[in-house]
Design a protein around this ligand. Structure first.
Ligand code: ASP
Length: 316
């Protein structure tokens, strides 16, 4: 197991690079951790080219884009989330606002959208022509949306941040599984499954098939390991491989699952059951790097591919 440097930010997939760059600059400029983490997620939500998060995200079976997002403050353990919301420009911003309340912090569907309207959050039509075309092609091929199962091609942007004082926070956002059932909620806005942050222990977040991630409450399980003194990388590997082994033993389904974590000292970790899972790290000095976990037979290796090598990997 490789020991990694200390970082202030870790985020899922290559798509988070621009957001992590922005967040590392914000932290370097003395902006708050909350601003840095939410701005990183918002950067991905606003980019139409990333087709699994926010604007341009993946439609459900009705051809509508329903999004899930969450935010958690690791100092207060306060968290907020929105589930199955439509046409909110930045779902993570609404989730962050909800995290300030004592009650009614997780809102679904219409209720969440009413809250967002009442609090003047921006709305826009989030369904792009490219997403509509993807929906048309996928459903035409399969003989209609009802004939298709939700399939791979989904991803979540998860951003974990840690400031100079050691405060930690986490933000996540996704459109969930392509062609999912209307109203379906994945792990992403479910506290302890898709995300968890505790400044006294560490923070973790997950991406992949939400139903399988939720069965193991993976993010909380990783943070608990770190609370016991386990380094982030070891915590990610042990929790993920243990969960996968259990699912196999009991004959359950086991879709793609990837996790990231940061311990309270800024040590990072990542694990996956994919062959390769890219992630991005950043620090307050503005340094950002793309890394990946390479996985074979449950053994993980953290790699730092150069530009040429990245081109070989057909991943987001
Ligand atoms: N975890 C997300 C969901 O199940 C999708 C993903 O991260 O790939 O909605």
């Amino acid at each position: 197991m490789k020991t990694l440097d200390r970082w202030n930010l870790i985020a899922t997939w290559k798509m988070s690079l621009g957001g992590v760059r922005r967040a590392s600059r914000l932290l370097g400029d003395g902006k708050s951790l909350e601003e840095a983490v939410t701005e990183a997620v918002k950067t991905v939500e606003d980019e139409a080219a990333y087709c699994s998060v926010g604007y341009g995200g993946l439609p459900n079976r009705n051809g509508e884009l329903e999004m899930d997002a969450a935010y958690m403050d690791g100092d207060t353990l306060k968290a907020g989330g929105v589930m199955a919301v439509r046409d909110i420009r930045n779902p993570v911003a609404v989730a962050c606002a909800l995290s300030k309340y004592e009650r009614n912090c997780f809102l679904a569907g219409e209720g969440a959208m009413v809250f967002a309207r009442q609090h003047q959050f921006a709305f826009r039509n989030m369904l792009t022509p490219a997403a509509r075309e993807k929906f048309r092609k996928a459903t035409a091929k399969a003989g209609g949306p009802a004939c298709r199962d939700a399939y791979d091609g989904h991803d979540t942007v998860c951003v974990i941040g840690r400031d100079q004082q050691g405060s930690m926070a986490c933000g996540v956002s996704t459109s969930g599984l392509f062609l999912k059932h209307p109203g379906r909620v994945g792990d992403s806005p479910v506290i302890g499954s898709g995300f968890y942050a505790d400044s006294c222990a560490g923070a973790a977040a997950a991406t992949g098939v939400g139903e399988d991630i939720m069965r193991g409450c993976l993010s909380h399980a990783i943070v608990e390991r770190m609370a016991d003194g386990c380094p982030a990388q070891e915590a990610c590997e042990r929790v993920l491989t243990g969960h996968i082994a259990k699912l196999r033993r009991i004959g359950g389904s086991c879709g793609s699952m990837s996790v990231i974590a940061m311990d309270r000292e800024g040590g990072i970790g990542a694990a996956t059951n994919l062959k390769l899972f890219p992630f991005v790290v950043g620090n307050m000095a503005g340094e950002c790097r793309m890394m990946a976990v390479k996985q074979a037979d449950g053994r993980m290796e953290i790699i730092e591919p150069d530009e040429e090598e990245w081109k070989k990997y057909e991943v987001d």
